[in-house]
Design a binder for this molecule. Sequence first.
Ligand code: SF4
Length: 787
Amino acid sequence: MSTMIFAQAAKTVPKLCRKAVSPLMSQQSYKSSKSDAVPMANLEPDTVLPYKKLYENLECIRDRLDHPLTLSEKILYSHLEDPYEQEIERGKSYLLLRPDRVSMQDATAQMAMMQFISSGLSKVAVPSTIHCDHLIEAQTSGELDLQRAIENNKEVYDFLQSSSAMYGLGFWKPGSGIIHQILLENYAFPGLLMIGTDSHIPNAGGLGGVCVGVGGADAVDVMAGMPWELKCPNIIGVHLTGKISGWTSPKDVILKVAEILTVKGGTGAIIEYHGEGCESISCTGMATICNMGAEIGATTSVFPFNERMVKYLCATGRGAIAEEAKKYEEMLIPDEGCKYDKVINIDLDKLEPLVNGPYTPDLAHPISKLGENSEKNGYPMNIKVALIGSCTNSSYEDLGRCASIAQDAIDHGLTTQIPFNVTPGSEQIRATIERDGILDVLQKFGGTVLANACGPCIGQWDRKDVKKGEKNTIVTSYNRNFTGRNDANPATHCFVTSPEMVTALAIVGCLSFNPLKDELTDSKGKKFKLKEPKADELPSNGFDPGEDTYTAPPKGKRSKVTVNPKSKRLQLLQPFEKWDGKDFTDLTVLIKVKGKCTTDHISAAGPWLKYRGHLDNISNNMFIGAVNAENNEMNKVKNQRSNDWGTVPDVARDYKANKIKWVAVGEENYGEGSSREHAALEPRHLGGVAIIVKSFARIHETNLKKQGLLALTFSNASDYDKIQPNSKLSLLNLAKLTPGEPVECEIKTGGSSEKIKLNHSFNAEQIEWFKAGSALNRMKETLSKLK
Ligand code: SF4
């Protein structure tokens, strides 16, 4: 287990204090701390590091549990609402937690802020920020694309900025960068518990925090000062030995873990990295690994506090936080002898660069086998576009290593063979790589620098080089490669890999190239092999912050937030109806989905992102990407009332208008992928009452419950086959809905009927959400009782 790297400093940890304190009741609690306390972030001088309180809570937990703790347990349990009484059993109990911070990106923040507004509260109770990164479409170049986005999204940006000012949130304007890079640069610290409305919030685990992607309703709970509920996760240990070197990069660690665990393997678990191999990975590299843990369904991923984190904190102007963390080191690393539910061993010395895909991030090809496997499987061998950056891989080190490969190619008279797009992770990264000449090299290589934003990673890509339906290959350093994710073309074969490998492949433009072995021919006809990539981990001249892109919440009078009732992009929310106390009988099946059904299939991104603040308008994309088991087609279902075929949203609207309640049926890991709660809000808005599947992805299951839908799983997975398009389903004895007890379901098809059991994971409080019509309704009931 980890050694005590800061043994001297650790002795200064305050003496054990038996009185536990709930760590973060409100922003006010920070202000009451000692005057010499260390600010939690440079931008928030009045919020201080909570280590002392967390330490006191942890001591209470140690007394109770009396066994060595993993790092994940230490961070989670020290943030418990009630460390004295909270029932703690991994994989079983529901923890009530007090996160330190909430963060939201612009696509999800719109609905989260709509929900916060409808709570009637006047100010957020914990430090919170909004980041404008998802709505910027890549078309020509960073500057022009940003300008166009500011004009096209003005109404939404104005709403987010004014609601940030009104309710006390920090606001990062368009062009500031991608949420996860900014969180790492400014807000993350070892021991942090953060939630955020984006599935890659775990990125900040690279700086030793437990950071979890959630739906907007969870964010609203925490911003409203309520505790946050999380099923106590299992802990999967990944033991790293050896050293990262040469062409192998941190990305290969997570690509390997994805191969081992598959897209479902992390469900319900935190992935905790440990072992001496961690020391060979930079802080931003550890963030890359944690970021993509979302692709295996993990609750989050985390690394233990180490020297690489100290270096990064110092480089980003937070040396005082590093010093304070050293004093509490014992709290920020796992205990000797702690128990993991499962352990995976990876020897970094033997790790070969991997390229994963297409269509799923767990299909790993070692670079030495990529060409052969691609030929065998009929993947298009020629690469059409190469893309580096995104929140996963856009650090100074990443882009510097890519530039070293690009420079090597330039020195031999070569450049990229194909379009090569570069997304800097933040304005700070962009300005620093510009100052240090890295940007110049990437541009000389043939690269186009896109805006500091998500762009093609979230389908914000006005791609012109292939027609929709045309089979083609792209390689990216992104994290996600589900069908149609980047360009809405289901025939695009997207492979995810390290930015270094993307850059090398761009020089040849073919999947068969292996830069570790293959020679290239330079402009004079001479053979050469690319040098191994090399770059500084951090800028030796410090970071250049670039343009100021942050607006702190104003201290004085705050302006009002208004939403135009005629707006096509924003719509104030109406509360969902309460459950009427009756069983759901003879429910119609809107769609029985076949195969993979991610949140992108339920609520597509790309052009639909612009409607994220308008529930009724965005509901026109509901299930349009899901395959109907009846006809193997997308967005075509039979209207059981009229017998006509129609689009899924149209048929759902017809059912709603005719007061016909409906269910949707799905297969395994339903709702995997992004955290977007629109995938739960839309079915609820259009009259759905239950989603019945073989299994759920964690965030989506919670999102469904939060919006008052019944999230149910077949006790027997093969019962999926018993449901036909014309079946009528009744969910019985709902008044007796009890944690751990299955729900009885009667299926009537034609003249026959059969009863099956459906499982659920509702706890007592979540059952109240269902009864109240949504978690937000329930919160309002609770708050009005407290007044
Ligand atoms: Fe943006 Fe892509 Fe990162 Fe999501 S995964 S935050 S869309 S860059």
